[in-house]
Write a protein that binds this ligand. Structure first.
Ligand code: F6P
Length: 331
């Protein structure tokens, strides 16, 4: 029989992502709608281990005026201690002490991995996950919260770089985030009209890129922008730019821009706000319907529940057609 849930705690963990606040808002509002008590754990798993002073009751007013705000009002952390059995035991003691019946975890791969471990060791506290990461690398959802905003931020940066690249006839390498995933790079390249894209999922030969750039230059393409995912196997964006610089003289100069953490901040896009609201709302319903150990995602506009094991272990393949198209349109 499903546990009678009265007190839910929500937390954000790992890298923050625009839209996390919209998810927290939806969770709190739906919890109130269902006459539940809702608690916020500050600083993710770290706060769970620290206990009392990091666990606080949330009222609906606490989530007023946050839907448009980036970051997370609950703060976040990457907890090393939670990776240890002692850390998780401590966290469980604190949750029990505060009479927390169930948990909602918002975050990326590391967050879902922590949730799975915790659930295996302490099945008395049901836990449901919400995919919140700009990387969009979780299986079981078409999009993760924050991805759309991050891509929009990166595209705005590329648009600006385009102006100066054009004025100076320069070749630019722009690094975007994504340690193991090329989603941000691929979408930024397509939307930003880039002259090339290098992503971790593709064993792309840099020499093919050089050929492509030379071909473009021959057709009087005087400037170009190449998007590079930070996790590319060839090395850093600086290594890649240096390698290309030694082999190409069609451009007046080669420059590198790393967009970095700019991509993680800012007001969430309307898409991310809607996605976060749907997933936050549905996570409360999932717990009330007796679900645990699942990540709530959206696939083909339908809410879906994916076991943590699958969400973490299965890789979400990039759309190969989109990648093929990006390469063709780059010419
Ligand atoms: O997982 C989200 C992410 O932004 C990655 O794209 C990036 O590689 C990483 O976090 C950066 O983490 P940190 O902010 O801890 O340096």
């Amino acid at each position: 029989m499903a546990k009678d849930i009265k007190r839910i705690a929500v937390f954000t963990s790992g890298g923050d992502a625009p839209g996390m606040n919209a998810a927290i808002r939806a969770i709190v509002r739906n919890a109130f709608h269902n006459d539940l008590h809702i608690y916020g754990i500050m600083r993710g798993y770290e706060g769970m281990i620290e206990g009392q002073k990091q666990i606080r009751r949330l009222e609906t007013t606490d989530v007023s005026n946050i839907i448009h705000r980036g970051g997370t009002i609950l703060k976040t952390a990457r907890s090393k201690e939670f990776m240890t059995p002692e850390g998780r035991k401590h966290a469980h003691e604190n949750l029990t002490y505060n009479d927390i019946d169930a948990l909602i975890a918002i975050g990326g791969n590391g967050t879902m991995t922590g949730a799975l471990k915790f659930m295996e060791e302490f099945p008395d506290i049901p836990i449901v996950g919400i995919p919140g990461t700009i990387d969009n690398d979780l299986f079981g959802t078409d999009f993760t919260i924050g991805f759309d905003t991050a891509v929009n931020t990166a595209v705005q940066a590329v648009d600006k770089i385009r102006d100066t690249a054009d004025s100076h006839n320069r070749l630019f390498f722009v690094e975007v985030m994504g340690r193991q995933s090329g989603y941000i790079a691929l979408h930024t390249a397509i939307a930003g009209g880039a002259g090339g894209v290098l992503i971790p999922e593709e064993e792309s030969s840099i020499d093919d890129l050089i050929k492509l750039l030379k071909r473009g230059a021959k057709r009087s393409k005087l400037f170009s922008i190449v998007i590079v995912a930070e996790g590319h196997q060839m090395g850093t964006v600086y290594d890649i730019a240096k390698y290309v610089e030694d082999k190409i003289d069609e451009y007046d100069d080669i420059k590198v821009t790393v967009i970095g953490h700019l991509q993680r901040g800012g007001s969430p896009s309307a898409f991310d706000r809607v996605l976060a609201s749907v997933l936050g709302f549905s996570s409360v319903e999932a717990l009330l319907n007796g679900k645990s150990g699942v990540m709530v995602g959206l696939k083909n506009n339908n809410v879906q529940y994916t076991p943590f094991e699958e969400a973490i272990a299965k890789s979400k393949p990039l759309n190969k057609e989109l990648l093929r198209m990006a390469h063709i349109l780059a010419q």
